[in-house]
Design a protein around this ligand. Structure first.
Ligand code: G6P
Length: 610
């Protein structure tokens, strides 16, 4: 949560910081601020409640000038969203700091610093760090040493960027548990929570390791590791086109990202399949060795990525015959588990920075799992760097807070993985060829589902004034129903719950009446007949049914039943295709309701705190 950006340059940095904040806004957007070291030797800090646009408006008439600065967009954890709690936080009038993460021992430090005479003006955990560094700076008169010593006192997760008016040529950063990249320029250097923030100014990046501290000057970067050794971190080029962070012709990023799915699903398969086979090597040079003796798979993820994991469980057990468990990371990390021998630990995360998922991975690495595999969308993320094997999804940057293309590319990668694992467990080459052929059809089938956009937009009117809704599916389509309900909740604020359709009669049926739309995903698979009976149960109680169904399913529009026909798809790839209409439905409902589609209230794209 929260986005930080900083710059050390020969030019005024205010514009760079503001654009960086706009690009980081998906991480949090309840307040924003920046601090710039002015030429007259003072710190010029501006903060505003609300979105980055509010900060931009505030400084429009008199933009702060200076060549070194830091900025922040906040997602509140300690203390309500307010101007006083907004970052940067200062100690006195010379030191300013921005922070992403959580300082767990902040209360203890706060008491200690208060006794030492420091005055607090906010309720945040961050202000404690500002005072702590200032206290150490008074003793050392060196900002790097002060930050190094301060990190020894901090518990929790953080990425910090600090400036001091007494050291006007530099910016000190460090990270422990929260993301931070250095953008390498010519005669100027930058830092940010992710690469996207800096694309207008550079495409060369260095990734800090956990525990690293860096001194950033305009023509020099020095990095120390946690043991205080000076280290080199490799520089790499950003791999996606710079315009990936622009909306283009679309009204919202979410819509753009929904429409990108045929392309990014194809890109995720590219180089990894032939006409008839999955190329195991393309999943990683060690893939063959790692998959050979896998007897069990433990999947861990959060949010939408968790739903991808739930679909994968069906594939792994059905195709590979390997037992698979799926759990949300925030639960997994806080309980004792029994680890079956030769269990592969599989983390799914779009960002690769989700705090709970990373914590679960770190625990698992100590606990005796066979190996850790990551499905991730961000190269260079913590998850990627800490896993033994990685399958990158090729979704490109996803900006809309509600995940769309990341989900379907995760499913694509998971299906490739399931087939590769299945080959080690007796999958016949005929069946493999059948599955790969089905996968190759996906980009076209997803495009066909997108062509239903108008029809779905029309249907969305029926949801506009509703307060509750129910989503039903069976088999692999149950997690798809969960994902559809999550999308509707996230962006339209309509209460939506998903149930495996067979559970309807065990409770939710009591809720069904004409005010409760029931959305069902019904491909032509072996569960269809059972699902039809469930639909009858709803109809008999006056419920309004909205069914996304295969043309062959014999489901027809009639009183109380609205059917949208989806072209025929292979049962194994159906969850990917049937996700599309549910994304479009939630998008159109949100647009009709006038919510903030790309940045829904109270949520953040990347949850790097607990
Ligand atoms: C947040 C986002 C969700 C995402 C979840 C997990 O809640 O709003 O869209 O699914 O985090 O994120 P990850 O990056 O680990 O997939």
């Amino acid at each position: 949560m929260c986005g930080i950006v900083g710059a050390v340059s020969e030019r005024d940095v205010q514009g760079i910081l503001l654009e960086g904040l706009r690009r980081l806004e998906y991480r949090g957007y309840d307040s924003a601020g920046m601090a710039i070291l002015s030429q007259d030797g003072t710190v010029n800090r501006v903060r505003e409640l609300g979105k980055v646009a509010a900060l931009a408006e505030l400084i429009e008439s008199a933009p702060p000038k200076g060549h070194v600065g830091i900025a922040h967009t906040r997602w509140a954890t300690h203390g309500e969203p307010s101007r006083l709690n907004a970052h940067p936080h200062m100690s006195g009038d010379r030191l300013a700091l921005v922070h992403n993460g959580i300082i767990e021992n902040y209360q203890e430090l706060r008491d200690e610093l208060k006794s030492a005479g420091f005055e607090f003006t906010s309720q945040t955990d961050t202000e404690v760090v500002a005072h702590l560094i200032e206290q150490l700076y008074r003793a050392t008169a060196d900002l790097t040493s002060a930050v190094k010593q301060a990190t020894g006192r901090l518990r929790g997760a953080y990425a910090l960027a600090v400036v001091h008016a007494d050291e006007p040529d530099r910016l000190i950063v460090c990270r422990e548990g929260s993301p931070l990249v250095i953008g390498v320029g010519i005669g100027e250097n930058f830092i940010a929570s992710d690469q996207l923030a800096l694309l207008p100014v550079t495409d060369r990046f260095m990734f800090l390791d956990e525990g690293d501290i860096a001194d950033i000057r305009k023509d020099k970067i020095t990095i120390w590791d946690r043991d205080d050794n000076v280290v080199d971190r490799p520089t790499s080029r950003f791999e996606h086109a710079a315009d990936a962070a622009d909306k283009g012709e679309y009204r919202h990023f979410m819509l753009k990202e929904i429409y990108e799915q045929p392309t990014v699903i194809k890109a995720t398969m590219e180089g990894r399949i032939t006409d008839t086979r999955v190329l195991e090597q393309a999943l990683g040079t060690e893939a063959g060795k790692l998959l050979e003796n896998v007897r069990h798979v433990q999947i861990i993820a959060c949010g939408t990525s968790y739903h991808a994991g739930m679909v994968a469980r069906y594939w792994i057990e059905d195709l590979a015959g390997v037992p698979c468990s799926v759990e949300v990371a925030s639960e997994f990390r806080y309980r004792k588990h029994v680890i079956q021998p030769d269990t592969l630990f599989l983390c799914i995360s779009q960002s690769g920075e989700t705090a709970d998922t990373l914590a679960a991975l770190r625990q698992a690495k100590k606990a005796g799992f066979r190996a850790a595999l990551a499905i991730c969308n961000v190269a260079g993320s913590s998850l990627v760097r800490e896993s033994d094997l990685v399958i990158m999804t090729q979704a490109g940057p996803e900006i809309g807070v509600a995940s769309t293309k990341a989900f379907t590319t995760q499913l694509t990668a998971l299906l490739l993985f399931s087939i590769a694992l299945a080959r080690h467990n007796g999958l016949s080459s005929e069946r493999e060829a059948e599955l790969v052929t089905a996968m190759r059809l996906l980009p076209g089938q997803v495009s066909a589902a997108l062509a239903l956009d108008k029809e779905i937009a029309e249907l969305s009117r029926e949801f506009m004034d509703k307060h509750h809704s129910l989503f039903l599916g069976r088999g692999t389509l149950f997690p798809v129903a969960l994902e559809g309900a999550l999308k509707l909740k996230e962006i339209s604020y309509i209460h939506a719950e998903a149930y495996p359709a067979g559970e309807l009669k065990h409770g939710p049926l009591a809720l069904v009446d004409s005010e409760m739309p029931v959305v069902t995903v019904a491909p032509n698979n072996d569960m269809l007949e059972k699902l039809k009976s469930n639909l009858e149960e709803v109809r008999a109680r006056g419920g309004q049914l909205f069914v996304f169904a295969d043309g062959q399913s014999a489901l027809k529009n009639e009183e109380g039943v609205h059917v949208v026909h989806i072209a025929e798809v292979h049962p194994v790839t159906a969850p990917i295709v049937y996700t599309i209409p549910l994304q479009l439905l939630s998008y159109h409902v949100a647009v009709l309701k006038g919510t903030d589609v790309d940045q829904p209230r109270n949520l953040a794209k990347s949850v790097t705190v607990e």
